[in-house]
Design a protein around this ligand. Structure first.
Ligand code: ZN
Length: 142
C-alpha cells in the first residue's frame, strides 16, 4: 500500500548525546520527552561499538550483528512515528572504520555513543501509526 500524507515542520531540535549513551534508546527518550509524534532525524558522530540489524526478507525476521570497534557515524538517518501510542525512532546508520570501510544497517539497541550530534525536525499533521504489515512482516505505517 502506498501512503502519502502532508506534514508541516514546526520545530527543530538540535543537540548532542553523552559518551556511553545507548544511541537508539537516548534518541527515543528525547523524542518522548519532547512529545515528538512525527519527525525526521539525522546525526553524525562516533560510536564505541555498534549493534545493527539486517531484515531477512525470506525468513521475515531481523538478523542482528555486532561491530565491536570504535567507528565513525558517517550518517544516521531516521524518522519518528507512533507505535503502540508511543514515539518510535526508526533509524539506519552507516559507520566507517579507520580505513574508511563502511558498514550499515538498521540501528538496534546496544550501540554505544562515543560522541553524537543530532538534529530532529518535528512535524505537525496527521499521525503515522505503525501496525503489522502482512506482506513484509514489518511494523509499517498503516
Ligand atoms: Zn529499518
Amino acid at each position: 500500500m502506498t501512503l502519502t500524507k502532508s506534514v508541516r515542520q514546526v520545530r527543530v531540535l538540535m543537540g548532542r548525546l553523552e559518551r556511553g549513551d545507548d544511541l537508539l534508546a537516548r534518541l527515543t527518550e528525547i523524542c518522548v520527552a519532547e512529545g515528538v509524534r512525527a519527525g525526521r532525524l539525522e546525526a553524525i558522530g562516533a560510536v564505541e561499538r555498534a549493534c545493527l540489524a539486517y531484515y531477512d526478507q525470506q525468513a521475515g525476521e531481523y538478523q542482528f550483528f555486532e561491530l565491536d570497534a570504535p567507528l565513525e557515524i558517517t550518517k544516521l538517518s531516521g524518522n519518528v512515528s507512533l507505535k503502540d501510542g508511543q514515539p518510535m525512532v526508526h533509524a539506519h546508520v552507516t559507520l566507517a572504520d579507520r580505513d574508511g570501510r563502511a558498514f550499515g544497517g538498521h540501528l538496534a539497541p546496544g550501540t554505544v555513543v562515543f560522541a553524537c550530534e543530532f538534529v530532529v525536525e518535528v512535524f505537525d499533521g496527521p499521525d503515522f501509526v505503525r501496525g503489522f504489515d502482512e506482506q513484509t512482516g514489518l511494523p509499517l505505517w498503516t
